[in-house]
Design a protein around this ligand. Sequence first.
Ligand SMILES: [Zn+2]
Length: 335
Amino acid sequence: MLDERDLPWLAEPLKQLRDHARSHAIILHGGAGSGQWELAWRVAQAWLCENGPGPCGECPSCHLALAHSHPDMKVLMPETMQLALGWSEGSAGDDGDGDSGDGSKSKRKPSREIKIDAVRLAIDWAHTSSSRGRGKVLLFYPADAMNATSANALLKTLEEPAAGTKLLLCVDDPERLLPTVRSRCQRVRLAPPDLTTAEAWLTKQGVAGAAALLRASGGEPLAAKALVDEGLDAALWGQLPAQVAQGETRTLAAMPLPRAVRVLQQVCHDAMAQAAGGEPRFFEPGQVPRGAGMAGLAEWARELARVARHDEHPWNAPLRVEALVAQGQRVWNET
Ligand SMILES: [Zn+2]
């Protein structure tokens, strides 16, 4: 896994969270495409490292953490995230799911939630004493994968944790957490690195056209790299608005549905900005065709938001993308 030696902009936030956390419960927000997970994982290790200031990577605690089997560390994430990150749990990580090795259950759709049973077990675990005497760490990634029941179950632990227990709640937007959860935590935001650092990092990864891809990704370098890994490049990115305006779906239909919807939302956003006399944000000014009407764009934006909120349906993803692109194309051609 990448860490602050690979992603140098994480070094300072790691130090801050390790040495200057004011609260036992922290919300780490923002920076989903800038290494939020990588930072959270290093902070959790640092809090338990026995050769501080860590994480040293050498002590028994660091070794146990790296093997995902530290008895004083628990990471709660939904199955979809475990799959995305290639995360597997060691002996300390039993989430109480009880479905390992069950062929019939393994065929069901992976859950997008951190389950209430896992949260309850983690709460019980957090109130037992630390095995290695350096407290305990409970990491939620992402914390908004807890439903309201799970989050409510956690409130008392956030308020009165067992001595030495630290909680780290990762989330892109803290507004997605209950106000009662937010009010009990210290908030720390991970900002994207400055443009020069981000561009230099991407160029070092062999990415051409870093500036355009950073524009596409809100300045977040790992998000920009992910676009390249999914087969996009700067030139293709710049063609997408024109493709949509022409009803051309070949690039978008090849993307996973959430990505395609996100791209269409970015095209729509920039077309609306231009229609209102502003500048596009995700594309270059010349790349977004003019002439789309605001009313049609607003309606298209509503439909895109509706689809974005719903679960992924991989079996009809290309059809869904075609319908969304067709709606966009009409917006450019009805005026
Ligand atoms: Zn260590």
